[in-house]
Each structure stands twice: as structure tokens, then as C-alpha cells.
Design a protein around this ligand. Structure first.
Ligand SMILES: *Cc1c(COP(=O)(O)O)cnc(C)c1O
Length: 365
């Protein structure tokens, strides 16, 4: 389809990544929930991940799980953002399982599940130091587990979980994972039966699987990044990702102006469109291309927008325009040509939410 700006998604590479992750986890006795929130529940992305051996499909927003269901995904669906009381009815209707951390939400969910006569599974989130969602006091967590188990007939206490590395940058060390295992044992003792799910986190915790030092007892992870991007563990800790596809999401944008221009703005310098005062390096007059795509499409994190053509350099952008230096490019460009960029997580997240972006799927069986 000739409509720009466009995001291309390589489904074959995505399936390969998702398979690689689920197979490695499976060998370590770990089930995987495939997290599709970066792709906004894109139907093809959901289907590709659902076909890779994941146990559940997961997302942070109920609308995205509704999209997955509409796309024909029959796997259990998991909501991974702590739910709002106001969405209890739609969550129990669409999702089979949710992450929880508040007793009043759980009570609302028990009632909502009762109204439609459908049992809803819950995973209680333990706070292990990252300070986003989770129950900090062990006593409170035990009381909550007991109330769900004994007083909420429409909920099933499926397990416990935790999240690390999102707000507090806390590492998923073997010790933190062991803390969660200990909590799971304490809950099991309280309720007198074993739990189905001990969910150790996302991609950051998957590092423990790669390193072979995940404590026994963690039997579930919720993984997005490592399937969709597979860059993070390599960039942060140097984990080998040579068997993974790292350029699945790419942006294509059209050149609307092509000129030799000075590299330093002329006139009195004030602030830019976003009220920043940038520093401009004077490199003389250089050949530049102006593209019809901007921060309104791919967001503020422009480090996540990486030109793919050799010698092309990202220079700057405003809401609707992007400027690249093409002086040292290997090829000649003309107005109307298309330039490609690889997208990092934040940029892909924004771009796939933009109404003006066309999505094109690349697939070879
Ligand atoms: C986003 C998210 C995940 C997945 O994290 P990745 O880094 O993409 O693997 C897992 N759990 C929760 C609660 C999340 O919000």
C-alpha cells in the first residue's frame, strides 16, 4: 500500500522471536504470557505471538485484549495493568485472568464475575522494591489471599507475581526472584493448596532464564520486549541476541523537501517548538532531507528513531516534520523517495497508536 508514513511489521521474524523465547522458557519449566501492549493489540501481532507457544496473551489495556479476541485469538487473555473498579465488568467479560493489588478492586471483580456467572482468575502482585504496583506488607498480602480464597466465590486465586525494572530500576536478581518464591510458599501454606502461577516479571526477569539462574518455583513470565524488539537485554547487560531478530518494526516516511542548507540556524536563537533551547553544531552547508513525519507520530524519544540507510543521520524534528542529513549517504535521493528508520520501543508504541500511520505486514512462510 502506497500510503505514508507507514510502519512495517515483519511477522515471520516476530514469530521466530516469540518461539525462541517460549522454547527457552519451556526448558526452564516456565510458561509465558505474550505481552502485546507495544503494538496496541494489533491483530496480526496478536496472532503471530499467539501461535508461538505462549500460554496466555497479555496486555495492559482491555481494549487491546478485545482486539485480540476479535482477531480470533482463543488463548486465555491476561490484563496486566492493575484494573480500575470502573472497568470491572468489561475486564471479567473479556479477560480470563488479571493482575491485582487492591482489596476493593478484588471485591468489585468478585461481584462483576458473579453477575455474568464466569469465574475470573487473579494473580496478587507483591511489591519487591520497584515501587510501581504491588502489595508491600506481607501480612496484607496473606490477608488478601485468604479473603479471595475463602470469601470470593467468583474469583480464583491463580497465584502471585511481581514486577521489576519499570519505575524503580530494580534488577530482577536471583534473590528477588527467590523472595517471590518464598511468598508463594507462604500463601500456599495459608490456603492449604498449591498455586498455579508464580509470575516473576517481564523481559528483565527473562535474563535469569538466559543466565540459567532462575530459582526453582518461578513458573511464569510476562514477556513483550524480548519478542518484539530483543534489544534491551543485549544493550543493558550484553546478553547475546544474535539468534534474535532486532529490526521487526520499521518506519517509512516520504521526502518532501531536499536542499543544501546551513547546519546552524540563522537569526536570533530563542526556543524550539517544544520550548527547548537546543545546541546546534555548525558543520557548514550540508544536504538535508525533510520528511513528512514527526513527533506527533513517533513521540519524544527520538533516540528510538534510527535511520537504516547508510550515511543518513537524524538531525531533528518537530510535531510533523523530521530533518535528516543525507550529505554522506550512499545513494542519491529525490523528493518523493522513501526513507526507512528502525523503531525502538517508545517510538513504535507511539507510532502504532497514531491514526495517520499505515501498517503494512511483511511475511514469508
Ligand atoms: C509491560 C509489562 C510486562 C512486559 O514487559 P516487557 O519488558 O515488555 O517484557 C510485564 N508485566 C507487566 C505488569 C507489564 O506492565
Amino acid at each position: 500500500m502506497k500510503s505514508y508514513p507507514k510502519v512495517t511489521i515483519n511477522l515471520k521474524e516476530l514469530r521466530e522471536n516469540a518461539k525462541a523465547v517460549t522454547e527457552k522458557c519451556s526448558k526452564a519449566g516456565i510458561d509465558v504470557a505474550g505481552v502485546v501492549k507495544m503494538a496496541w493489540g494489533d491483530p496480526e501481532v496478536c496472532r503471530a505471538i499467539a501461535a508461538s507457544g505462549v500460554k496466555q496473551l497479555a496486555s495492559s489495556r482491555i481494549k487491546q485484549l478485545e482486539r485480540a479476541k476479535a482477531a480470533g485469538v482463543t488463548l486465555p487473555l491476561m490484563l496486566i495493568r492493575i484494573p480500575m473498579i470502573s472497568e470491572a465488568d468489561s475486564v471479567v467479560k473479556t479477560a480470563d485472568i488479571s493482575l491485582q493489588s487492591d482489596i476493593s478492586v478484588l471485591r468489585a471483580f468478585d461481584e462483576a464475575a458473579g453477575r455474568i456467572g464466569k469465574k475470573h482468575k487473579v494473580v496478587l502482585m507483591a511489591e519487591l522494591g520497584d515501587l510501581r504496583e504491588g502489595i508491600w506488607s506481607r501480612e496484607e498480602l496473606m490477608d488478601m489471599a485468604l479473603e479471595v480464597e475463602n470469601k470470593m466465590p467468583n474469583l480464583e486465586l491463580a497465584g502471585v507475581g511481581t514486577n521489576l525494572g519499570c519505575y524503580g530500576s530494580i534488577l530482577s536478581t536471583p534473590e528477588k526472584m527467590q523472595d517471590l518464591v518464598d511468598i508463594s510458599h507462604a500463601v500456599e501454606e495459608k490456603i492449604g493448596r498449591s498455586l498455579e502461577i508464580v509470575s516473576g516479571g517481564g523481559t528483565r526477569s527473562y535474563a535469569r532464564v538466559l543466565d540459567g539462574n532462575m530459582p526453582a518455583g518461578i513458573n511464569h513470565l510476562r514477556i513483550g520486549c524480548q519478542m518484539l524488539m530483543a534489544k534491551e537485554l543485549n544493550e543493558i547487560w550484553g546478553h547475546d541476541n544474535s539468534d534474535m531478530n532486532t529490526e521487526i518494526f520499521n518506519l517509512e516516511a516520504e521526502i518532501v523537501e531536499l536542499r543544501d542548507k546551513p547546519t546552524h540556524p540563522f537569526g536570533e536563537i530563542g526556543v524550539d517548538a517544544f520550548r527547548n533551547l537546543p545546541v546546534y553544531e555548525d558543520r557548514g552547508v550540508r544536504r538535508r532531507a525533510l520528511l513528512a513525519v514527526g513527533k506527533a507520530d513517533y513521540g519524544q524519544d527520538t533516540d528510538c528513531v534510527m535511520p537504516r540507510d547508510k550515511g543518513v543521520e537524524y538531525i531533528g524534528s518537530s510535531s510533523d516534520h523530521t530533518i535528516v542529513d543525507i550529505q554522506d549517504a550512499d545513494r542519491e535521493y529525490k523528493v518523493g523517495d522513501i526513507l526507512k528508520f528502525n523503531l525502538g520501543y517508545a517510538a513504535a508504541l507511539s507510532a502504532l497508536a497514531s491514526e495517520d500511520i499505515t501498517v503494512e505486514y511483511i511475511d514469508e512462510q
